[in-house]
Design a protein around this ligand. Structure first.
Ligand code: PLP
Length: 453
């Protein structure tokens, strides 16, 4: 119901001239121009032309509590009035940061006791890598410096994290991966040799991790990083039990187990964390996105007391551990996170769990569509994989640019989701979706699939 922005043409020109967009083809963007968003409420986005879009992707899988939560706005405003900034450097602190660290320790797996508050997911990964290097130097095992991650994994785009990320576009032209970064195959049930055999998929991942550690030498490997469900790699949902099996394998191999819950955390897959579903106790965990529901930037790196104590005691007496940023533990972000966590506990998490079967059914029903080869989901994280031949699972000629056409067509149909490069459509609706919101979402999604057919 909103008006088109009168200055939309001028903004469009200024964007093309000056604003560098994350993970965008720069020249193509200059030619194409931006989709300028001007407002949001509930599950709805409004663009600069007054067009309303149903957001089936919670921004960038982050706005788990939906748009327009007034209590979150209030929490930010009050904190800004009271204490808009407090450094966490040296020995300064602030109440929201302290309460948030305590709260995160309470709600994350029991193995995690210490919290470093960051600016987002990429910095959380980067901090985890730096702390792990400190840890092994501190315990007198300086040879353990190699990192193993999953093919198709995404761990942000910091200069170290982008190398743990296995998506080629984050490496090309950046001299990545580093010689210390290695990958094992992704546990992909749809593309597995025996798709129905969950145990074989789990066994293959465990065997691959063991083989990679043997190849590099047990004394050389620091850690295994993984997402419980790979997000940007195409929402790859491994069988139940996979995460637990990988955790046990890492323990047996004497390497640290780092779970990246930047997408899967805060109710996205059902429980508060994906680790909870399998009783997994990681050595380190990274979170962001749902922590603040995207209202302001913040992430966190959590670690066990064993890792923390080794780093703390490994430094020369009184010497600082040289890692930090001006905005670490920002009090406004922490105040927002505390309010967002309160909303999850007040009912948003339970709502997400109760509507998850509606989401799952809507995706599964689309298996009847001629373009859809696979439907996969856990909680409110899901994907459809489009194929040209359901029996052979063959994709589409890249020249067809199906993802590009899907993105453009869905926008016209008033729905936003993610169209990945290999014909995978990703969905991550806010945990506040109702049954009727899903009705509208699937109506628009089906129309979009029909339109591109
Ligand atoms: N890790 C995972 C699993 C992610 O999905 C992302 C972002 O999508 C990141 C890390 C990086 O987080 P950020 O974009 O907040 O830097």
């Amino acid at each position: 119901h909103s008006e088109a922005l009168p200055q939309i043409a001028a903004l469009d020109a200024l964007d093309r001239a000056h604003l560098i967009h994350p993970v965008a083809p720069w020249r193509m963007h200059e030619a194409r121009g931006p989709n300028i968003l001007t407002g949001a409420q509930g599950i709805w986005l409004t663009d600069g032309r007054g067009h309303q879009l149903l957001d089936a992707f919670a921004g960038l899988w982050c706005v788990n509590v939906g748009y327009g939560q007034e209590s979150v706005v209030q929490a930010a405003a009050e904190q800004m009035r009271k204490l808009p900034y407090a450094t966490g450097y040296f020995h300064f602190s602030s109440e929201p940061a302290i309460r948030l660290a305590d709260k995160l320790v309470q709600i994350t797996p029991a193995s995690l006791q210490h919290v470093y508050l960051t600016l987002g997911g990429s910095e959380s990964i980067d901090a985890a890598v730096r702390f792990i290097v400190q840890y092994y130097n501190a315990i007198g095992k300086p040879g353990k410096k190699h990192f193993i991650a999953l093919e198709r994994g995404y761990h942000g785009s910091s200069s170290t994290g982008a190398g743990l990320t296995a998506l080629p576009v984050f490496h090309r032209g950046f001299d990545l991966p580093l010689p210390t970064q290695h990958y094992i195959p992704s546990p992909n049930p749809y593309r597995a040799a025996n798709p129905g055999d969950d145990q074989a998929i789990i066994d293959a991942s465990v065997a691959a991790l063991k083989a990679k550690v043997a190849e590099l030498g047990a004394d050389s490997v620091a850690a295994f990083f993984c997402e419980p469900i790979q997000g940007s790699g195409g929402v790859i949902v491994p069988p139940q039990g996979w995460l637990k099996a990988m955790r046990e394998a890492a323990r047996a191999l004497d390497i640290l187990f780092v779970v990246d819950e930047v997408i899967t955390g805060f109710g996205r897959t059902g429980p508060m964390f994906a680790c909870d579903a399998e009783g997994v106790d990681p050595d380190l965990m990274t979170v962001a996105k749902g922590l603040t529901s995207g209202y302001v930037p913040m992430g966190a790196t959590l670690m066990s007391d064993k890792v923390y104590a080794a780093i703390a005691d490994g430094a020369p007496k009184g010497a600082p551990i040289g890692h930090g940023a001006t905005y670490s533990a920002h009090p406004v972000s922490a105040a927002v996170a505390l309010e967002v966590l309160r909303l999850y506990e007040e009912g948003v998490l339970v709502n997400g769990q109760s509507v998850a079967p509606v989401f799952a059914q809507g995706l599964d029903d689309l298996m009847a569509h001629p373009l859809v080869g696979d439907s996969r989901h856990r909680g409110l994280l899901g994907a459809l994989e489009l194929v040209s031949n359901k029996a052979s699972k063959a994709g589409f000629d890249a020249a067809l640019d199906l993802p590009g056409r899907m993105a453009a067509t869905s926008y016209r149909n008033g729905i936003v989701f993610r169209a990945f490069g290999d014909n995978i459509l990703g969905f991550a609706p806010a945990l506040t979706f109702t049954e009727s919101d899903f009705g509208l979402m699937f109506e628009r999604l089906k129309r979009t699939l029909d339109d591109v057919l």
